[in-house]
Design a protein around this ligand. Structure first.
Ligand SMILES: [Mn+2]
Length: 218
């Protein structure tokens, strides 16, 4: 049985990029259009799940600008049986909990690790858990410790585990959750998906037969 998962982060809805060449259409610069493209892509690829790794919204003062498009995208996804699971980053530590409250009880949008507490979400298919997702969210704008130090040790139950967290990889002293690759590797997790650095990168530490990863970078 295959589970189709789309992972993205750092969309910064509310922001308009100033770095695009002047020859690009102006709508390319608006991050909200990136969010719409993610939603369209998840639907077109018949995904089961969308994972968001934080900084989906640029700032809490962009709340009203961001909340409408985000909520309508999540509604569109759930109409196609696609659920969204997210952690917050340094930019949206305040906004994503408010968004999650709007969807409380619906199952359409799940924020993991609120208040800086690790939390597990299990994906069920026909009543059977097929994937565990462990997530941790920024509780504040600045986090000067590695949240993985507090990742709970669990006994494996044979079901693959994916961890999601937003932070600065191998940047000791960072105020944005300095993560250590060595510590990430030590956990009983089959794969980690990270947010914060605006650069696609795949690090294969060991082959995991149960997790087949196809990564599209664009
Ligand atoms: Mn960030």
């Amino acid at each position: 049985m295959a589970l189709q998962v789309l992972v993205t982060g750092d969309i910064h809805v509310g922001l308009t990029s100033t770095r695009l060449p002047a020859t690009f259409p102006v709508e390319f610069a608006r991050a909200v259009n990136g969010w719409q493209a993610v939603v369209d892509s998840a639907i077109a690829h018949r995904c089961d799940l969308l994972i968001l790794t934080g900084d989906i919204v640029d700032q809490d003062n962009k709340f009203w600008e961001a909340i409408g498009p985000l909520a309508s995208g999540i509604h569109r996804l759930v109409e196609h049986d696609i659920r969204t699971v997210a952690v917050s980053g340094n930019h949206d530590h305040d906004v994503l909990p408010r968004l999650a409250d709007q969807f409380a009880g619906s199952g359409a949008f799940r924020l993991l690790g609120r208040d800086g507490q690790w939390e597990r979400y299990s994906v069920d298919v026909a009543g059977q858990a097929v994937l565990h997702i462990d997530g941790w969210s920024f509780p504040n704008q600045y986090v000067d410790f590695d949240p993985v130090e507090a990742y709970p040790a669990t006994d494996g139950d044979g079901i693959p585990v994916v961890g999601i967290v937003h932070g600065d990889l191998d940047a000791p002293g960072s105020r944005y959750a300095p993560l250590s690759l060595a510590r990430l590797r030590q956990q009983r997790v089959d794969g980690w998906v990270l947010g914060h650095i605006h650069k696609p990168q795949l690090i294969i530490v060991r082959a995991v037969p149960r997790l087949t990863t196809s990564v599209g970078l664009w």
